[in-house]
Design a protein around this ligand. Structure first.
Ligand SMILES: [Zn+2]
Length: 369
């Protein structure tokens, strides 16, 4: 059986925030980080809720890579507030935290009534506003715990590009390349289907059309809006299709050297395309065609795609090699065994079109160093 779950109601464009005034709820719990409170973004949410007569409590303790402790605190506050509406405002971390808090809160009460979950992303990257995934960090044991449950798919996603306007250029670049990686991996994944392909294709075209513009001029609202749509579309795709080993390796590099997720993906993607090209070369040729390649050669098309990604990286100041991120050569060689072990065991590996051995991952890592 092939399935596609597109449960989230997506609201975007002018006045999208007004949807908050039409939700039948009485008590809201807003999950966010201190920066959103400081910039006044949280106040915008509150004023809509006030207009609808919905009471609200702000939980602003979400840190980057939210910890189990934060999730626990948030769950206690959520239950105290007896909220029937959870609003996530922020980047991937705030949205992931809100999903986990809502999940544990619902399980604790055990009456099968879950609060309505609204996600408002303030970066164009994770697609978390439409996925069933949340990643929380066990800080004590230094491991990331991925949670996966359809209960966590947000009911409503509000895409308001004004929230992304102040995102700095380097974050715009890294998160934007994460969008591209989601779309390319979803398109070539073992779980890809007719529906996920449509979303991937849209996201790929839009990243190549708008990411550089958003990077060069953060006030280019047409570019910001379209990157936010691309991010959400890529999320719709990979939530249904799964990803691949670019993500497995990026998770591994992120855990070991704290290389930001989007940056790690953008460095690894060209190498993984090279590795997968024996199996899904025709798909890479099709992607190349989406971005301007006009010939029929699978080999040349794949090269065209790799070069286009490298060019985009370069134009946005993203390093080409792992060595440029400050990872020491000797340490890297010592860590290779562990890095490849983690990558092979990563949950994204099963979606990759070509199943890699530990040695394959080592080779890919070596060629990217
Ligand atoms: Zn990602």
């Amino acid at each position: 059986m092939t399935q596609f779950n597109g449960r989230t109601k997506i609201c975007y464009g002018e006045d999208a925030m007004a949807v908050l005034e039409n939700i039948s709820a009485s008590r809201a719990f807003i999950v966010t980080d201190p920066f959103m409170v400081k910039t006044g973004f949280t106040d915008r949410i509150k004023s809509h809720l006030d207009r609808a007569g919905i009471s609200h409590l702000v939980f602003d303790k979400v840190e980057p890579d939210p910890s189990l402790e934060t999730i626990k605190k948030g769950t206690i506050d959520l239950l105290d507030q007896k909220a029937d509406l959870v609003i996530a405002l922020g980047g991937g971390s705030a949205i992931d935290a809100a999903k986990a808090i809502m999940y544990f809160g619902t399980k604790a009460v055990n009456d099968n009534k879950k609060p309505i979950l609204v996600a408002i992303p303030t970066t164009s990257g994770t697609g978390s506003e439409v996925t069933a995934i949340s990643v929380v960090t066990d800080k004590e044991n230094e491991i990331k715990i991925p949670l996966l449950d359809e209960l966590m798919i947000p009911d409503i996603a509000i895409l308001d590009a004004r929230f992304t306007r102040t995102v700095p250029a380097n974050i715009t670049a890294a998160t934007g390349m994460d969008v591209l990686t989601h779309a390319v991996e979803a398109y070539t994944s073992r779980g890809a289907n007719a529906f996920t392909n449509i979303y991937s294709e849209y996201a790929i075209k839009y990243v190549f059309k708008f990411l550089l513009r958003a990077y060069k001029n953060g006030d280019d609202m047409e570019a910001r809006e379209n990157m936010l749509l691309a991010s959400c579309m890529a999320g719709m795709a990979f939530n249904n299709s799964g990803l691949g080993i670019t993500h497995s390796i990026a998770h591994s590099l992120g855990g070991m050297y704290h290389i930001p997720h989007g940056k790690a993906n953008s460095m690894m993607l060209p190498h993984v395309i090279g590795f997968n090209s024996f199996d899904v070369g025709e798909k890479y040729r099709l992607i190349a065609e989406m971005i301007g390649y006009r010939e029929n050669s699978v080999e040349e098309g794949t090269k065209y795609l790799i070069k286009s990604i490298q060019k985009l990286n370069k134009e946005m100041g993203i390093p080409e090699r792992i060595s440029e991120t400050g990872v020491d050569k000797n340490k890297f060689h010592k860590d290779l065994e562990m890095l490849s072990k983690h990558a092979v065991e990563d949950t994204c590996t099963k979606g990759n079109p070509r199943q890699p051995s530990k040695d394959d991952i080592k080779n890919i890592l070596n060629s990217a160093y």
